[in-house]
Design a protein around this ligand. Sequence first.
Ligand code: RI2
Length: 312
Amino acid sequence: METARKISSMEVRGAGRIARAAAAALRNLAVSLNVKTLEDFDSEMRKAANILLATRPTAVSLSNAIRMVLRYSADNVEEAKLAVISNANSFIENSEKAVQRIGEIGARRIRNGDTILTHCNSMAALSIIREASKSGKEIKVIATESRPRWQGRLTIGMLEEMGVETELIVDSAVRSMMNDVDLVVVGADVITANGSLVNKIGTAQIALCAHEARTGFMVAAETYKFSPQTIMGELVQIEERDPEEVLPDISKYKHIRVRNPAFDVTPHSYIDIICTEVGAIPPEMSYLIIKEKLGWEMDEAALGSSLPCSYD
Ligand code: RI2
């Protein structure tokens, strides 16, 4: 499937974007499927869902989106198709609205004259920066390169368009800049039940520096980035990507192994606030978000089923 290939290669990337792309791919598949029975429809949808799920194992936005799109009960194929189309369209629309709302809520925490450090390329984090700047606050952003995939270059392109004063730094310059930073704002791939954050590799080091320098640390995360599976004790799988992303001529070396974890875990104790579309919460409240917003997922996770049933 073309969307799965694009997500794997990171042509389509970012936790929110891959979730929307997966929802759209399932919707388009549902529209195009030419099957006679609900069983066949369901099995084709599940097959596609499993291909999409395997593309990026860390981001829970992907599995949450797929679960939301495939949650329906129907009496025939036509009804099932309509339900998938409607679920996918609502997910996409709500997720875009969530990013906008996070911007509005998070921008209130930014003061005139603040310097904000951001890592990687998060639409949710950039939404906060955009809203703060739009509201007339004079802000400066320090953006990391975010090796090995250089997402920082995407970030500075977007900040350039917003007209926000920006400095680009190498990832290892974070500590030497931290005393000039008022607030760190990053996105999220997963928020666990205990409020810890899984995000782009390097985020945990930045949080540690911020903690040591007593600089605020804010996470921008839509509620579908919270992981119901972690309530059931599941550990978040950290994606380890191709070593050639780090060392393109790796074949020259016989005794060198390159490690390329794409994400790391920031303990909740280093996080001051998580800004979601339903409000800015302390990390300790993550369990409530999972329970209230994603509560229906828990039973499925408890039962260990990989995907919801599509018909009764
Ligand atoms: P939004 C990215 O992952 C980064 O880890 C970023 O913080 C996160 O997705 C959230 O992005 P990658 O796809 O959903 O570059 O906020 O590995 O756009």
